[in-house]
Each structure stands twice: as structure tokens, then as C-alpha cells.
Design a binder for this molecule. Structure first.
Ligand SMILES: [Zn+2]
Length: 285
């Protein structure tokens, strides 16, 4: 286990970048060959916005001075966090840490939908009217500034091991691109994968324009948390290919304006409360 930790300490970051950019290239080609939806992918302006936000977010994440691994090291060195207090062995701490880290992603994502102030920020991710690899990091930069302190506090409280964190981040880099990819995984394989993993078909439902479907499948990597907490949902393949994506209330060209997207958190449009919009579809906006 020590050898794995030493290996990840030197190689985790390049491996994470390789996993992310390698997945973008491989799954990007697969989208051309086995696409789930034949709808026009609108790559030009949309890709420049989505990959522009990706670059911005990578810069901001690099500028955040405290990393998860730093906090995990601090917790272990000082005996903070449940797993450290209980002196859980390194062998057991690895799978537990990975599971807890994936649960934290699920919980933070749920909070992004349920807390109105957070939804103002997270909704940018849901404005994309098409789903493909470029949607992966279509996030408002503020989302990382909200999520990171929560994540760091949870890492400290649980005492997740640095090895588990580094391993999870590599896994997450692949899964983030995979789950957003517009690909049709053969159904016999997909049925097995989705027992545990968030497949493109599972995550596609979360990007539906219907709120009941948006409010499901919050998992980023594993489906077990949605299954456990009753937020898991499936849909027939034919319906998946033709369903409307994005937000029902903004199926127009505003979603292709970087200024509109970045100022979305402070906009007092009918986007503020989707529930009230759905009951008053002709409300002012
Ligand atoms: Zn979401």
C-alpha cells in the first residue's frame, strides 16, 4: 500500500490529466461512430463556450491553494477524522475512502439542486441543450468555490486517506467524460455497467428538461448512492435518444452567450425557482 501511495504522489496529477484528455479524444471519436442521439451536436459556438469554461475552471482549480491531498495528509498526521481515530488499516481505508469520496460527490450534487442559492450556480451545467464530451466541465467557476470547502471539511471529518483521494480523482476524470458522452454503449454491456457505474444513459436522464428527471441520478461515478437513497431512474433507449435536454425554461440562443451564462447566478429571471415556473409556464422572464 505504501508503494501505491508513493507512486500516486509522483504520478497522480499527470495520470489525472492523461485520463481526462485521453477520454476526451477516445470518447470524442466514439461519439462519431456510435452516438446515442442523432440530434445536431452544434459543435462550433457551443464547443468554444464549453471548452472555454473548461480552461477557466482548470485555471481556477489550480489557483485554489489547498488541495484534498494536503488536507488528507494533515488529518492523518494529526489523527483527525473518523478513519484515523479508528486507526483503520491502509488496505481497508482505500476502498472505504473511495466509496465515501463518491458519496460526497453525490451529496454535494444533490445540494446543488436542492439549495436555491446553489442551484443558481449549478444550473449553468444544465443549460446545455445537447449532451456530449464538451458538457463535462461546462460549469460556472463559482461551483468549484462552493464545493471545494465543503469537500475539504468532509475529507478532514472522515479522514479519507490521501491514496484513496488520488486514486478516486483519476477514476473520476474518466467517469466525468464517459457519463456525459453522447455514445450508445451496447445494451448487454450497459445493463451490467449501470449496476455500479454511471453510464452515459444513466446520466443523460439527469440532463433531461423535465424536472422530475433532472431530480434523479445525481451520482458522478457510482450508481449505488442513487439506488440507496431512492433517486435512481432508468429510461427506455428509444426515449433516451429523442428526449429534450437542457432547461425547459431556456431553450433559446441565450445558452450560447458566455456573458449570459457567467451572469446566470445573479439573474432574477424565472429560472430562480423551477417549480414555480412549471406551475406558471407563462410567467414573466
Ligand atoms: Zn445536476
Amino acid at each position: 500500500m505504501e508503494a501505491l501511495e508513493q507512486f500516486l504522489r509522483t504520478e497522480a496529477e499527470p495520470l489525472q490529466y492523461a485520463a481526462f484528455f485521453g477520454s476526451l479524444v477516445i470518447l470524442g471519436f466514439l461519439e462519431l461512430a456510435i452516438s446515442r442521439s442523432r440530434a445536431a451536436p452544434c459543435r462550433g459556438r457551443r464547443w468554444s463556450i464549453n471548452f472555454g469554461l473548461t480552461a477557466l475552471n482548470i485555471l481556477i482549480l489550480g489557483a485554489i491553494p489547498v488541495s484534498g491531498v494536503f488536507v488528507a495528509d494533515y488529518a492523518r498526521d494529526h489523527g483527525y477524522g473518523l478513519l484515523n481515530v479508528l486507526s483503520v488499516s491502509a488496505l481497508l481505508a482505500l476502498p472505504i475512502g473511495i466509496l465515501v469520496r463518491s458519496l460526497l460527490s453525490w451529496a454535494i450534487h444533490l445540494a446543488m439542486h436542492k439549495i436555491p442559492l446553489f442551484w443558481r450556480v449549478h444550473r449553468l451545467h444544465h443549460t446545455d441543450p445537447v449532451l456530449d464530451i464538451s458538457t463535462t466541465v461546462r460549469f460556472h467557476p463559482l461551483e468549484f468555490l462552493i464545493a471545494t470547502p465543503v469537500l475539504l471539511l468532509a475529507i478532514l471529518a472522515v479522514g479519507i486517506s490521501p491514496t484513496a483521494l488520488m486514486a478516486y480523482e483519476i477514476f473520476d476524470a474518466v467517469m466525468a467524460v464517459f457519463s456525459h458522452a453522447n455514445i450508445r454503449v451496447p445494451s448487454s454491456i450497459e445493463r451490467i455497467l449501470r449496476l455500479v457505474l454511471v453510464t452515459p444513459d444513466v446520466h443523460r436522464i439527469h440532463h433531461s428538461s423535465r424536472q422530475a428527471e433532472t431530480d434523479s441520478n445525481y451520482g458522478a461515478t457510482l450508481t449505488i448512492w442513487d439506488r440507496l437513497f431512492g433517486t435512481y431512474r432508468e429510461k427506455a433507449p428509444r426515449a433516451l435518444a429523442t428526449m429534450t435536454l437542457g432547461l425547459e425554461e431556456c431553450q433559446d440562443d441565450r445558452v450560447n452567450s458566455i456573458w449570459w451564462l457567467l451572469t446566470l447566478p445573479v439573474r432574477t429571471t424565472r429560472l430562480i425557482n423551477r417549480q414555480s415556473f412549471e406551475t406558471q409556464p407563462d410567467g414573466a422572464g
